[in-house]
Design a protein around this ligand. Structure first.
Ligand code: NAD
Length: 255
């Protein structure tokens, strides 16, 4: 981690920091990422059969069962040291915004307040037809096994099927979330990009938006994902380990 000292200096000098997070930050909480070999969701499931509106129309019970299973996995998970360090940092006087591609709620459960979800949230289902937000009952949340077929409940207002409140492949990002994310990224001093492969667009453009606006970009990942730009730093290692290390070394946090 040769960039660790410059990264700590950049964070010490910063007034506003955006943490841009992906599935890798929740991996140490036991939630599978999409692309990591052996453990990724995509190793066991074809996303095109589960993560599109067309798939939902073709087989709503399969997609709803898959969604409820993922939601139950997230409910059992707890925030790890990386989620907690970000929320600690926000209590030290630094302006901290989290822009996440994740659909879990581990940032919020770690205590983060300013969290922008670019790809929606697992715990906020909506009606497929009228888009109304819905709260599921305990019985409607029950799932016994991965792969179980469960018919989605119907909307009480329009009788449409309920669907997960997440952004599927081919769908637009929530316009308000993207606008808010870009605004915070263009005005931050440092963007810390944690546990994202940088493949999913347009969220993958975020480090470049930050660099173009004059921010320093620090990547934290198990592998080198840097773009080779001068204002970038690459910290290779697990999110929990690297964030604990840099944030404990900073001047601001009082642990
Ligand atoms: P991704 O699966 O494409 O990439 C994960 C990245 O995290 C990889 O670069 C990997 O090297 C890195 N990584 C894995 N473990 C790590 C660790 N312990 N510490 C640091 N880095 C680690 O995920 P993505 O880039 O977020 O994009 C894919 C999509 O996956 C997103 O749209 C997101 O909504 C969705 N997704 C979300 C969750 C979740 O909410 N927890 C889980 C799976 C997938």
């Amino acid at each position: 981690m040769s960039d660790i000292e410059p990264a700590i200096s950049a964070l010490n000098a910063a007034r506003k920091v955006v943490f841009f997070t992906g599935a890798g930050i929740s991996a140490e909480s036991g939630i599978s990422t999409f692309r990591d070999k052996l453990t990724g969701f995509w190793e066991r499931h074809d996303p095109l059969k589960l993560e599109t509106a067309a798939a939902f129309k073709d087989n709503p019970a399969l997609v709803w069962g898959w969604y409820l299973w993922r939601r139950s996995q997230v409910a059992k998970a707890v925030p790890n040291a990386a989620h907690k360090m970000i929320s600690h940092l926000a209590t030290t006087g630094l302006e901290v915004t989290v822009v996440t591609q994740n659909i879990d709620d581990l940032h919020e459960r770690a205590g983060c307040v300013d969290v922008i979800h670019l790809h929606g949230a697992l715990d906020k289902p909506i009606c497929f037809a009228c888009k109304r937000p819905v709260i599921l009952t305990t019985e409607q949340l029950e799932v016994s096994a991965e792969g179980e077929l469960i018919e989605p409940p119907r909307c009480l207002k329009c009788n449409g099927r309920l669907r997960p409140g997440i952004v599927w492949f081919g769908e637009d990002l929530p316009p308000g979330a993207w606008k808010a994310a870009v605004l915070s990224i263009k005005t931050c001093d440092v963007l810390v990009s944690v546990g994202t492969s940088g493949i999913v667009m347009p969220a993958a453009d975020i480090p470049e938006i930050a660099l173009a606006a004059g921010a320093t970009v620090i990547h934290v990942n198990l592998v080198d994902v840097s773009l080779g730009e001068p204002n970038e730093m690459m910290l290779v290692g697990s999110a929990a380990h690297v964030l604990s290390k840099i944030l404990h070394a900073m001047e601001r946090p009082r642990y």
